[in-house]
Design a protein around this ligand. Structure first.
Ligand SMILES: [Zn+2]
Length: 275
C-alpha cells in the first residue's frame, strides 16, 4: 500500500524550530498540482531553488531528511520543473515510493494550511502554533488541527465470491470494493452496514476489521472490513453511485494496475485465498 515504505519511515513529529537549508527538499503546490522535476524518477525542488525571502514551513521527516512546504505568491517555477496534478503522481512516477507517500501527505498539510488561513469561527487571520501542529486564532483562541475524515472499504463476500464495483464518477475504470464516508453519529460497523445497503441493497454479517490506510489526497483514513452477505445475495445496485456491481469468483478478480490502495490489497487477499 502507499504507506508501506519500509525500510523508510515517515516521521510526523512537528518541529516548528527547524529551518530549511538550501539543499532541503521542499514541496510546492498550486491548486491541486505539485511541482516536480522533468524526470522519470520523482524528484522535487530544493529550498535553494527559490528566493531567500519566501517562507518555508517544516512538514515532516522521511528517515533523517527534513521536508518543507514553500509559501510563495506568485510561484516562480525554476528551470526544469513542472506542475502535475497530485492525483497523477502515481502514474507519472513509480519511484521512489517513499517520496510518493510523502507527496500525498504533504498535500494534505498544504491544503489544510491554505484552507484555514482565516478562522472559521470569527474570521480573523490564523497563525502557526509554536508548540504543536495546529493553527491558532489569536482573536477567539480557536485551535485548528489537520482534518482527517474516516471512511470504510468493504469486501462483501459469499463463499468464494466477492462483490466488485466500479464507481460511476471515476474516469478510469478499475475494479473496486464498496466504499463510503462515515456519517455523523455512526460507528464503523454501522457505516459498513449502511454503505453496503445503500450501494448494493444487501444485508451483511460477521464483520471483520482488516487494515487501515491514510489516503491523504482526500484527507481520509480508510478502514477496511470484510463481511458476509446475510440472506438474499441479489444485488440492487445504486445507479447514481455505481456503474456496476457484480459477484465475482476469486480466480476471476482483475486487480488494479498498482498496489497503492487498501482496496487492491483486499481484493488480492481474497483472490489468493487468504480471506
Ligand atoms: Zn477566531
Amino acid at each position: 500500500m502507499i504507506q508501506d515504505i519500509y525500510p523508510h519511515q515517515l516521521k510526523n513529529e512537528y518541529h516548528p524550530e527547524k529551518k530549511a537549508h538550501p539543499d532541503s527538499p521542499i514541496f510546492v503546490f498550486e491548486g491541486a498540482d505539485v511541482l516536480i522535476k522533468n524526470d522519470e524518477q520523482l524528484a522535487i525542488p530544493r529550498r535553494g531553488d527559490f528566493p531567500d525571502d519566501a517562507e518555508a514551513i517544516f512538514l515532516f521527516q522521511v528517515d533523517d531528511v527534513d521536508y518543507y512546504l514553500l509559501k510563495m505568491k506568485p510561484i516562480i517555477v525554476p528551470n526544469g520543473y513542472r506542475f502535475v496534478p497530485v492525483r497523477q503522481i502515481r502514474a507519472v512516477a513509480t519511484e521512489p515510493k517513499e517520496l510518493i507517500f510523502a507527496t500525498y501527505t504533504a498535500w494534505q498539510l498544504a491544503h489544510w494550511y491554505r484552507d484555514n488561513y482565516f478562522c472559521g469561527t470569527c474570521g480573523s487571520r490564523t497563525v502557526l502554533s509554536k508548540t504543536e501542529r495546529a493553527l491558532v486564532c489569536p482573536e477567539c483562541g480557536r485551535l485548528i488541527y489537520p482534518r482527517i475524515i474516516p471512511a470504510v472499504i468493504v469486501g462483501v463476500t459469499n463463499g468464494d465470491e466477492i462483490v466488485l464495483t466500479r464507481y460511476a464518477d471515476r474516469p478510469i475504470a478499475y475494479n473496486a470494493l464498496v466504499a463510503g464516508f462515515m456519517e455523523i453519529g455512526e460507528t464503523f460497523e454501522q457505516t459498513v452496514e449502511r454503505e453496503v445497503m445503500e450501494e448494493l441493497g444487501l444485508k451483511v454479517k460477521n464483520l471483520r476489521y482488516y487494515k487501515s490506510q491514510p489516503w491523504s489526497i482526500v484527507d481520509d483514513i480508510l478502514a477496511g472490513f470484510y463481511c458476509e452477505v446475510d440472506g438474499d445475495p441479489t444485488i440492487h445496485r445504486d445507479p447514481h453511485e455505481l456503474k456496476s456491481a457484480v459477484w465475482t469468483r476469486r480466480e476471476d478478480i482483475v486487480l488494479q494496475p498498482d498496489d497503492y490502495s487498501l482496496t487492491n490489497e483486499m481484493m488480492r487477499e481474497f483472490k489468493e485465498g487468504r480471506q
